[in-house]
Design a protein. Sequence first.
Lengths: 267, 254
Amino acid sequence: MTNLIDIKGVTHAYKTPKGLLPVLSNLNLSVPEGEFAAVVGPSGCGKSTLTRLVAGLMKPDQGEVWLHGNLVKSPRKTVGMAFQNPVLLEWRSILDNVILPLEIVAPSMPRAKKIARAEELLALVGLSGFEAKRPSELSGGMRQRASLCRSIVHKPEVLIMDEPFGALDAFTREDLWQTMHELRAKEPFTAVLITHDLRESVYLGDQVFVLSGRPATTQFVLDVQYPGQDGQRKLDGLYTPECSDMLATLREQIKIAQGRNADVAGH
Amino acid sequence: MQTFQKIAVPFAAIILFVALWEFLVWANNWPDYVMASPSDLPAAYSKFWELFLIGSWQTLWRTVAGLALAVLFGTLLGMVMGFSRIARDALYPILVGFNAIPKATLVPVLALLFIGQHNFNTVLMAFLISFFPIAVSVGIGLSTLEPEYRDILRSLGASRFTIFRKIALPKTLPEFFGALKVSVTLAFIGTNLVEIISPHGRGLGALFLSGQTNSNYPLMFAVLIALAVLGIILYYVVVLLERIFAGWAERPQQ
């Protein structure tokens, strides 16, 4: 299977008034087509920088980012993004918010088709009947659902999510995890999910990448063997011994990442 | 019921204000050269109604013209300051300094620069005094745009102009209208400054001046009230425009 995302030896530093601040150091990360990669790591370790690199919003100092066999040099239309803040446009209805990427990516598409596509996605995430509402009239969880619809409305190859469920309460978050699986079943995409929540990374990810502390490098990769049959992941599975073992391993790795000495290389 | 309340409350407040004014004049037994009372005003209006109509029109159109210039120039300046950090650093001290100058001192300067161009001078002053809040608010609105808003379109390869048109511009509208409400009243001050200070002025300001020279105190107060009414009308025109273009920013009342 070919890798859809290939991050090879990426090193990056930010210029600050106090000098260079290295955030990524020789980071490698590969995601096969259709797979879901969860990325965890200590706070401030450069995870968000990673999303901006994959989206082509910035270029690394060293190393390369490849998407579908193309070297990423600038933003491309085949990427969808979702953030912790749903960043819905208050002056647009929910429907028009979801349509927004289509206006950029497919300006010639007839509006009726755009609407049909957006309505289809909104129905998938349980937002039928809310198309005409303003974002301010929806709850936080509903806004994030709408934001997810917007990020995949143009059928991107890659969906990049930067802690999209971070600001939600625990129950809403679990609802959205399930929605995420339902969306993946109907709308195949390759995903990179940045998260702080280890349970989330195991429930959603096919692979979990643990990044080391700043400057971040790939410290550990976990292949998720989720308990249960025929690929259907149930929330109950999180409370089985298999999952507990995986979570314990990840927690151990995060501890190492947090306590990592600057002069000791990763792995 | 609610619309009735919306209209009745401000009207009741105005009537209360006028009654209080009348009472104060009566209780203190002030002669009209100290303070004219509201009951003196109808006589002034009916006697000079033609002058009031002409003056109001002259004041109004020059104010609106100055305001239009302020919107155009202020928005452009705000865009430059909002998008460029260097422009922001360079322009802020100049703008603040310029804004701190009492505009009354500029009237003779303008009068000498553009001799006899009374209309032009008046519009210019209304513009000079009112563009500052617009430039600042548009600048702040654009420079504080959260990067995620830009990123959702930028990650799709949208151009800077598209991002401005689809996101930055509509997102700044509430701030813009907030500033415009301040600018409306400022523009009136600018217009009247020139009308009153410069010789051979026109508009309501000139009418005020003629009231002064003729010791017609009720006329002077009548001009002030007419100015207030014009200000209120223009203010509500802005509120109406705000409803139409930025009504989404208004939260539904709980």
